[in-house]
Design a protein around this ligand. Structure first.
Ligand code: 9WN
Length: 417
């Protein structure tokens, strides 16, 4: 068992090393030529098992993309010459943007949690002094630009959620519609169309981007064409705020402000609990799709007996759990939801970055048996099929981009922590 885990860990390290440009680790070899924000946080955790200095360099590279107002963008394009749509030309250069080309939106803020893990493994107060103030500015940006007191953090583009075509955004996307702008999708050069968002989805993604670009990416939550309170991103931030408070503490500061922000984010999450469904929701509605986002508040610590009900949903065969015909779990959309689609991106497949988050949430909440069960299944999935971006829950077949960095990073962490 130990030997096979070490063999898998070595294979994972090889993927990260192969995807390393020297400046940042690409999410995958061909399809994603920039530094993506939450990929980079997970990659940092993976790199912390290989080379602490290289892991620190990954964080520094991402921070070169920080905007004047504190936002850390969802993509930093370290080169303008990239085969990706939408690339630097489409995003443009807005007021307050840094010198390096970036997108104009953000992504789930996992970075403070990654820096904490790196520091726990390889302490360096000098590095914390360098990066913690930048993390603080980003978190304050979420508070001032994207949330009202007691509400979930709003995302202004589905790409900000990291779960781009999740059915939880269908209704808000339908209200926007496509503008008719012509563009060429480059993702379909790499991946079969049935595994990616549809053309109508992309038309709306581009429309939202164009509208945001006209306002230098800084509309108010109310004026944005697409605005959804995101329970998953809020949970990531609540956890990251607690980790940021811990980092401040390591530096001899109180961290009380980050701790207070974490508390109010947790209160916002609790207010979205849907009693009948036993899940958290984006808007508390009866007809919201059941997606894995609804279980993920577990990573931020949830109140009362709710974690028990979330764990039940996670392993329930009719919802996110394994069945004899679909043994790989959790599915990104519940199997009993009519929108479940086993091979299409965030509408059904298994994503192991999500598994990693859930394993840590289960461990923190004291569900050791369930954590071990999910960890074992996750490592089996990857060792049998390779380091893919996402997986078919029925067959375990790898989908999307192969030799994918965050899959390698979380596997390395599970094997070596
Ligand atoms: C758009 C890089 C990113 C991930 C996202 C995932 C996917 C991009 C795309 O790839 O999104 O940002 O082109 O589909 O949905 O979570 O960070 O791996």
């Amino acid at each position: 068992m130990r030997d096979s885990r070490e063999g898998l860990a070595q294979a994972a390290a090889d993927v990260l090393i192969a995807n390393d440009t020297g400046v940042f680790v690409k999410p995958g070899p061909g399809q994603y030529p920039g530094q993506w924000n939450w990929d980079s946080a997970l990659i940092t955790i993976g790199l912390s098992h290989i080379d602490a200095n290289r892991a620190r360099a990954e964080v520094r590279s991402l921070l070169t993309g920080q905007w004047e107002d504190g936002m850390i963008p969802h993509i930093v394009f370290h080169s303008r010459d990239v085969e990706y749509f939408p690339g630097p030309e489409t995003w443009g250069r807005a007021k307050g943007a840094p010198r390096v080309a970036t997108s104009g939106i953000t992504q789930p803020p996992l970075l403070a949690s990654a820096v904490r893990r790196l520091h726990e493994r390889h302490p360096s107060k000098g590095f914390l002094r360098e990066v913690v103030p930048a993390l603080e500015r980003w978190h304050v940006w979420f508070q001032s630009r994207r949330s009202d007191e007691e509400s979930l953090v709003a995302i202004l583009h589905p790409w900000e959620s990291g779960m781009d075509n999740s059915p939880r955004f269908d209704r808000a996307l339908a209200r926007v519609g496509g503008s008719g702008t012509e563009f060429t999708r480059r993702d379909l050069v790499h991946v079969a169309a049935e595994q990616r968002p549809t053309d109508p989805d992309y038309a709306v993604y581009v429309t939202i981007l164009e509208t945001l670009r006209e306002g230098d990416y800084r509309p108010s939550i109310e004026d944005a064409p697409f605005s959804v309170g995101d329970v998953f991103l809020t949970a990531v931030l609540a956890r990251a705020e607690a980790d940021l408070a811990w980092l401040w503490h390591e530096m001899g500061e109180s961290g009380a402000e980050a701790e207070a922000r974490s508390e109010s984010l947790r209160a916002a999450i609790e207010s979205t609990w849907h009693q009948a469904k036993s899940l958290y929701t984006d808007a508390g509605g009866d007809d919201e799709p059941a997606t894995i986002a609804a279980v993920l508040p577990m990573i931020a610590g949830v109140g009362g007996d709710r974690s028990e009900r979330l764990v039940a949903a996670l392993i329930d065969p009719s919802r996110f759990g394994p069945t004899s015909s679909a043994p790989w779990y959790p599915t990104s959309v519940a199997k009993d939801d009519p929108r479940f689609d086993a091979r299409r991106y965030w509408r059904g497949p298994v994503w192991v970055n999500i598994n990693w988050l859930l394993i840590t949430g289960l461990e923190d909440a004291g569900y050791e048996k369930e954590a071990i069960g999910l960890e074992t299944r996750t490592l089996d999935l990857v060792s049998e099929n390779g380091f893919w971006e996402y997986y078919d829950p029925h067959t375990g077949q790898g989908l999307g981009c192969g030799r994918f960095s965050w899959t390698a990073a979380v596997v390395l962490d599970l094997c070596r922590r």
